[in-house]
Design a protein around this ligand. Structure first.
Ligand code: FAD
Length: 326
């Protein structure tokens, strides 16, 4: 069993203190629930000289609402999110994604911010140190090539967080604070399609909250496939949000996790809304299969994962269309 390396632990009580602490020297990281970070440190996937424990920063926690929508603090636990009645009522994809994350003990301490910033994954990376040494490492850590795309000039580890696609399908806005002050950005923009540098957050930036705009008339859902029915990361996860008028599809969003190095918003869906449903779903199948880019990052083959994405999308759309209770 690999042991946790030594590090200093800082325990700020405010966002300002946390951001100031992050500006110090050395390899400094934010620690939320620790369910991803601490195992990564133990397996030697990351180094840290100092961890900034965010659990005492009350400003980061909680879910509030107003007429504009809902604000979810980055320090809110996944368990709190999954059990929140307003989230379940108005943003069901988010509640469904939350309850599908890991297991109950992870959800009790794992946070929204930690889930969104969770490291990308690959079967050549998420291994013990002896395994990686024996297999000559990979580009994401200590090696030269991406083992799933040896000719590529970047790493193809897959972003596999469950919450991001559901929040992005609801047009979430991220609130971010850092040395340069406070800024807001569409949540989709904090990700980039690179297995190593998968976040666009600048050094020292802290995710403070995500805001979901009010969603009258929207229906949404989330489905994932995974090896076991609990605990496991998604091999593929799909969030769908749609809005109908007079029984007709008017807006459709499909966001995928587990296939690419960032959550992938399927583009070109506007034209589909005008088509008869059968035709729209057939076109959707083609669009999705063309846009997702799963690689052999999991033990389940990439071809299977590419084929299952449109199946989940189709299943969700059929579930969410009027006539079926939301
Ligand atoms: C067995 C197991 C199964 C899992 N299954 C799933 C799964 O099915 N789906 C899934 O999505 N995840 C899964 N996870 C990963 C993890 O448990 C969750 O993603 C969890 O929500 C991470 O949150 P955390 O608060 O524990 O993050 P931490 O581990 O504390 O942090 C994760 C990363 O986010 C950064 N970070 C944390 N908060 C902030 C912030 N506010 N601003 C900027 N950076 C921040 C940290 O520095 C770190 O890099 C699993 C983990 C394990 C061990």
């Amino acid at each position: 069993m690999e042991s946790l390396p030594n590090f200093s632990l800082l325990r700020p009580r405010s966002i300002a203190e946390a951001v100031a602490a992050r500006a110090g020297a050395g390899e400094i990281r934010f620690l939320a629930g620790g369910t991803d970070l601490l195992p990564a440190l133990r397996h030697g996937l990351m180094q840290a000289s100092t961890l900034i424990d965010l659990s005492n920063v009350a400003e980061l926690r909680g879910i509030t609402s107003d007429r504009e929508g809902v604000r979810i603090g980055a320090g809110t636990t996944i368990q709190e999110l999954s059990a929140h009645p307003l989230v379940a009522r108005d943003y069901p994809a988010v509640a469904e994604a939350a309850v599908a994350i890991a297991g109950p003990t992870h959800r009790a301490v794992g946070t929204v911010g930690g889930n969104l910033c969770v490291d990308t994954r690959c079967r050549f990376y998420n291994q013990s140190e002896p395994w990686r040494t024996a297999n000559n490492f990979c580009m994401k850590l200590a090696g030269d090539i991406c083992r799933v795309a040896p000719k590529a000039d970047r790493c193809y580890a897959a972003y596999s967080g469950d919450l991001a696609p559901a929040l992005i399908a609801h047009a979430a806005i991220a609130e971010i604070i850092g040395p340069a002050g406070l800024r807001h950005a569409p949540l989709a923009e904090i990700f980039t399609d690179d297995g190593i540098v998968y976040l666009t957050l600048a050094p020292g930036e802290l995710l403070v909250s995500v805001r979901l705009p009010a969603a009258p008339g929207w229906r949404s859902g989330y489905e994932k496939i995974r090896t076991r029915g609990a605990i496991d990361f998604p091999l593929v996860g799909v969030a769908v949000a749609l809005r109908c008028e007079n029984g007709k599809l008017r807006e459709l969003r499909v966001v995928v996790t587990g296939t690419d190095s960032c959550p992938l918003s399927i583009v070109g869906l506007d034209d589909l809304c005008a088509l008869p449903l059968d035709e729209a779903l057939t076109r959707l199948d083609k669009l999705v299969r063309k846009q997702v880019g799963p690689m052999e990052t999991t033990l389940a083959p990439a071809t299977y994962r590419r084929r299952v994405v449109p199946v989940l999308a189709r299943r969700l759309i059929n579930r969410l269309l009027p006539g079926v209770p939301a």
